[in-house]
Design a protein around this ligand. Sequence first.
Ligand code: PEP
Ligand code: MN
Length: 332
Amino acid sequence: MIVHLKENISSDKAQELAKENAAILLQYQGKQVLVNSSSIKELSISLQDYAEEFFVFPNDMQLSSKEYLPQKREVQIGKQIIGGKQKNTLMMAGPCSVESEEQIRETAALLKELDINVLRAGSFKPRTSPYSFQGMGLEGLKLLDKMREEFGFSIITEVRDSTHIDDVIAFADIVQVGAKSMYDHGILRKCGKINKPVLLKRGFGTTLQEFVQAAEFILSGGNADVILCERGIRTFETKTRFSLDLSGVAYLKEFTNLPIVLDPSHAMGYAYGVPDLARACVAMGVEGVLIEVHPNPKQAKSDASQQLNHKEFKSLYSDLHKVAQSIGHKII
Ligand code: PEP
Ligand code: MN
């Protein structure tokens, strides 16, 4: 249940009510809001004099649900706005990892040429082997900062674990929580306390309900700016890296109020399939797409097989404008 408390209730009283009702207390649009389990369907006696309005739900997708906020949430990224009434699809592109100043600058210059505003690159990489390249760490964040200064981008970069979460939060404009960290409650709770948009990737073995409930950890911490990212789930299929769950995206669009970003690169795993998949992603009418592009994919230190080279990316980007236009969206 979500309860909006009446105005003028002191924060001490609100905290007392939260405790009595096993609820989380958060501020949303100047209101004090209590959220507890969706199994509670009736207002408790202790809340009767203090509730202005309350909402009940069939399951724990509450703050994220259209039943609570029918309009898609708006999230501001630099000067760009996604969600709300806008029909914008935000392009976020860049290499899998920052590898060197030369490498990141080359791709940054390409994005600038194409008028793309969001540069993506990981610096703390969640690899499946301890022997693979693990990312440049803090040094990489500094290079991303440099690109932001020089080119005016917003930067999206991922947090892998708690050891560097404060650095990532300090440097990023959008904090990416990767598929392998989707269940890390330390990261989720911390992201609930920050003032920056968080892009939460779906774990590759999680149901939509579990995915959205992970987003609820961030929302219920008080951060309203959560973006869901579908990046492929693991199925019996082995010819592609993952299976992009576009049916799931249709579900998320229908039932949640959170902006949605699609990542065809990690889903496909092979550059040859990324353009087709990316066109399908944009045709879904989502708020953003995340695409990996590298100046020399063969030499990439992570995800080499799936990154587009600059020429491939440029040609895809021009197609994506046409696809977006055909459904009344605009690539920003
Ligand atoms: C990435 O974006 O480079 C990445 C590691 O993604 P995921 O968490 O989806 O595997
Ligand atoms: Mn990658």
